[in-house]
Ligand binder design. Structure first.
Ligand SMILES: [Zn+2]
Length: 100
């Protein structure tokens, strides 16, 4: 049995939100030697990703998928979708040294 991790990118056609969902694809053979794929999400069987996934932002189902690897060629799509890392620099005025 073989498992492949897949990150499937989606785009909402209603609000243009772009997100990814992580799936595990389990390749199995049944008793007759027919190869099959079982899609898992969070360890649970899930339908294969397709158009119609629910948008996490607006809740509509007007979503579409991208080809694999699409987002790696368009990093700007996810860059604005994810919240930026918090700035660790405290917002303090520069300390110029002891005043006395
Ligand atoms: Zn949406």
């Amino acid at each position: 049995m073989e498992e492949t991790r897949r990150s499937v990118p989606f785009e909402c056609r209603s609000c243009w939100h772009v997100w990814q969902e992580d799936y595990t694809v389990r390749h199995e053979e049944d008793d007759h030697g027919n190869a099959g794929e079982v899609w898992l999400r969070g360890g649970l069987p899930a339908p294969p990703p397709s158009s119609g996934a629910v948008c996490p932002q607006c809740g509509c189902q007007q979503s579409t998928t991208f080809p694999d690897g699409y987002l790696s060629h368009h990093p700007e799509l996810t860059a604005q979708a994810e919240p930026g890392a918090p700035d660790a620099t405290p917002l303090l005025s520069p300390v110029r040294g002891p005043l006395y």
